[in-house]
Design a protein around this ligand. Sequence first.
Ligand code: PLP
Ligand code: MN
Length: 353
Amino acid sequence: MRVADLTTPALLVDAGALEANLAAMATALPGPRLRPHVKAHKTTALAARQAAHGHHGFTCATVREVEGMAAAGLGDDLLLANEVLDARRLGAVVAAGARVTVAIDSPETLRAAVDGGVREVLIDVNIGLPRCGIAPDRAGALADDARAAGLSVRGVMGYEGHLQLLTDAAERARLTTECTDRLLAAHADVGGDVISGGGTGTHAYNTACTEIQAGSYALMDTAYTAAGLEFRQALTVLSTVISTTAPAGGMPGWAVADAGLKAFGMDHGNPAVPGADVWFCSDEHLTFAAATPPRTGDRVRVVPAHIDPTVALHERMYVIDGSADGGSRGSGAGDGIEDREVLDTWTVDLRGW
Ligand code: PLP
Ligand code: MN
């Protein structure tokens, strides 16, 4: 099968760019120093590639992701880095032989872990993002309560999500250190071997953490590229130009591709078409003006602004033959993409809740 045979819109993964990203991160954070976050790709076949690069513990965001990873034989050490009020399905995964640790930040989530049959927890600490996590000075007391309830407390986690996309790297580094200091203060009271945190944007600065929860680095998006992250764009959304309008009466021309709001996570803004100006997305349309106008029927590779919610909208991804420099910038129309061979089809099998 070749790219020309695919129905659009379709996720394309450039195998060369993906492998380069996995190798670069495995060099920066080898083995257990990285606990890849699977929510960014929701695909056990891709997680297996991360395991092949030496990472055998994974981070999950949903119960469904934990279940799917364990079912795929990737359940050596799964962290659900999120709060759960009904942990019975997690308990079932533990009973089936996988190792599952869940984040807790309250008496309610502590009780849910006990009742659900989960044995191991991390204390989730609020280190600056107004989301989940207990105040640093209350983390030790929650850990004491968890141990008294029979749970094993492996350590702490904290996520500085508000810093990930800061474009000023020096500022990102400075503020990450502030957040990590809050996590270390909590860890002094909690104890345990694990200090888990960070993401793609802060992975280089979180050196006090024992493990980093980065996910987007594997496939990447325009927001992280704009923040100066040097991983390559490995995922694009293949789409077909279904209509073109020539310039007329002082109005510039435009083209319309068949991938819109239902093909892209939009919270980081419009996706990008290399060499073109994206005007807007509708449900099933992307309207853009290109310096070299495409023709109706051309294939265009569109680059998502936010990788996680984009992937979650699709059922499968097609792995294409990626030469060493192919796809690094997510090429637009006329780049010969149609002739590339489809090497593999990966089901996005961790979707759903
Ligand atoms: N850890 C948690 C708890 C997250 O919610 C996220 C992403 O939102 C991450 C880590 C880092 O992910 P990424 O590398 O994709 O930014
Ligand atoms: Mn994200």
